[in-house]
Design a protein around this ligand. Structure first.
Ligand SMILES: *Cc1c(COP(=O)(O)O)cnc(C)c1O
Length: 479
């Protein structure tokens, strides 16, 4: 497919600018550009066809099943898009006087109160733009807390080896040293390894529960107590709250700070790179350190305030506000019972798909999973040479987005499935039939799987080159 710049014809255009209705002021020459911008020039129909063709080359939740583990690619109701598009939300300016945007401040305050109830936290900030950004913010809260107490020795963050890759990266960015602890054979936190790791240098622990294997750690109260008794704080990676919202609260599990990916669990479409929201909730110890500004009730209305010991600002203005509008709409639409039911269905769907696949794709861990599960194709690879990558590529030919591959790192030939609660039994049955069909074919005709995918515009990109030498810019000189 040609790039839009290659379709460009000089002089062709489809923009109709209205006549200027304000006095024309010439731009000072120092601000004026010297060369015209190199923009593609196309007619409207060619422009429309270009983007329609591009849309046909991607796979989204609206195209088909998308069980990408740890990403919660659920269907997001169109109603929430409509609400986020209301002019009173979509058309406000971040520098408008506060008395003209009271409704928007109320959205922030109400969403905060409801999400604090869901997580068991005291206060929340919506500034961070994504999950990893929320992690960085939460860790900076922990850092500020220890520093405020005059305890500069707490320089280490403990992270289990099953953690999402962003956890150690965020801890390192926040200036901490990362201490990795191995998981126990059952895939959960090894209590002895944790006891051996904590000490007077422990700033905190970062944990995902349910973890990336889809397991709820039964020892969670013991884990958070061990860290607290050592003087550390507990960070909850709540990027995927899909198994526990309305069922269990990180605050009740002993966590001091939590981030949520509103763009995963709370109804903002994602996968295309944003905008997102890594909302951070803080318990009583950390709330005074939250970023500024925060919307809060004041004098019968709402106003922005700065928490007493605020770490400052982590993003311009108030975060991605329209993501918060969608989250509030989602919570109010479902209600408390609806949230619990969504979690229960997410867990039910994951266990159902796991059971259907189990005869061909053994689960990495025994027992009931939460919202996602991991299978290992280690034996398949040994017996047939077919890898988890081959199987994932073959799924593309069936119209299924592949699951997350080779993650968590502690499972060999891992595929991580997260069907989400919005899939019907019919879809799960169909998908299981497709996937087990691929796994049967692996034994009979392994070669055909090495050749997959056959129906997609791009087959097997060179992923190392794509990561190390990405081409992010169009080279006009090659035209
Ligand atoms: C997705 C995810 C993150 C990171 O969220 P981003 O918005 O992609 O930065 C962190 N932790 C877990 C467990 C996740 O699934």
């Amino acid at each position: 497919m040609k790039l839009i710049f290659e379709k460009s014809v000089p002089g062709r255009c489809c923009a109709l600018l209205p006549a200027c209705d304000v006095p024309v002021r010439p731009l000072e020459s120092r601000f004026a550009r010297k060369d015209p911008p190199r923009l593609p020039e196309l007619s409207e129909v060619d422009l429309s066809r270009h983007y329609t063709a591009l849309a046909g080359r991607v796979h989204g939740v609206n195209d088909g099943f998308y069980p990408l583990g740890s990403c919660t690619m659920k269907y997001n109701p169109a109603l929430h898009e409509e609400l986020a598009a209301l002019p009173g939300f979509a058309g406000v300016h971040p520098l408008q006087p506060q008395h003209t945007v009271q409704g928007c401040l109320e959205v922030l305050a109400r969403a905060e109160a409801l999400l604090c109830e869901v997580t068991g936290m005291e206060q929340m900030t919506f500034q961070p733009a994504a999950g990893a950004h929320g992690e960085l913010t939460g860790l900076l809260l922990i850092k500020a807390y220890h520093r405020d107490r005059g305890d500069a020795a707490r320089t280490k963050i403990i992270v289990p080896d099953s953690a999402h890759g962003t956890n150690p990266a965020s801890a390192s960015m926040a200036g901490f040293e990362v201490v990795n602890i191995p998981s126990a054979p059952d895939g959960c936190v090894d209590l002895e390894a944790l006891r051996a790791a904590v000490g007077p240098d422990t700033a905190g622990l970062m944990l995902t529960n349910p973890n990336t294997l889809g397991l709820f750690d039964r020892n969670i109260l013991q884990i958070t107590r061990i860290v607290h008794e050592a003087g550390g704080l507990n960070y909850y990676d709540g990027a995927n709250l899909n198994a526990v919202m309305g069922v269990a609260r990180p605050g009740d599990m002993g966590f001091d700070v939590v981030h949520l990916n509103l763009h995963k669990t709370f109804s903002t479409p994602h996968g295309g790179g944003g905008p997102g929201s890594g909302a951070v909730g803080a318990g009583a110890l950390l709330a005074p350190f939250l970023p500024a500004p925060r919307a809060a009730a004041a004098g019968g209305g709402y106003a922005f305030e700065t928490p007493p010991k605020s770490i400052g600002t982590v993003k311009a203005f108030y975060g991605n506000f329209l993501v918060v509008v969608r989250a509030l709409a989602y919570i109010l639409t479902l209600g408390g019972d609806g949230l619990s039911e969504a979690s229960e269905n997410a867990v039910l769907n994951a266990n159902y798909l796991k059971a259907l696949l189990a005869p061909y794709a053994p689960p990495a861990c025994a027992g009931v999973c939460m919202h996602e599960f991991v299978v290992t194709l280690e034996r398949l690879k040994k017996e047939t040479g077919v890898t988890a990558l081959d199987v994932a590529k073959a799924m593309l030919d069936c119209g299924i987005h592949p699951p997350t591959m080779y993650f968590p790192l502690i499972v060999h030939e891992a595929l991580m499935f997260e069907p989400t609660e919005t899939e019907s039994k019919e879809t799960l049955d169909w998908a299981a039939a497709q996937i087990t069909g691929i796994l049967r074919r692996a034994a009979e005709d392994p070669q055909s799987l090495h050749a997959a995918p056959c129906t997609t515009p791009v087959g097997r990109p060179d992923e190392v080159a794509a990561a190390r030498a990405p081409k992010l810019r169009y080279r006009f000189d090659t035209l």
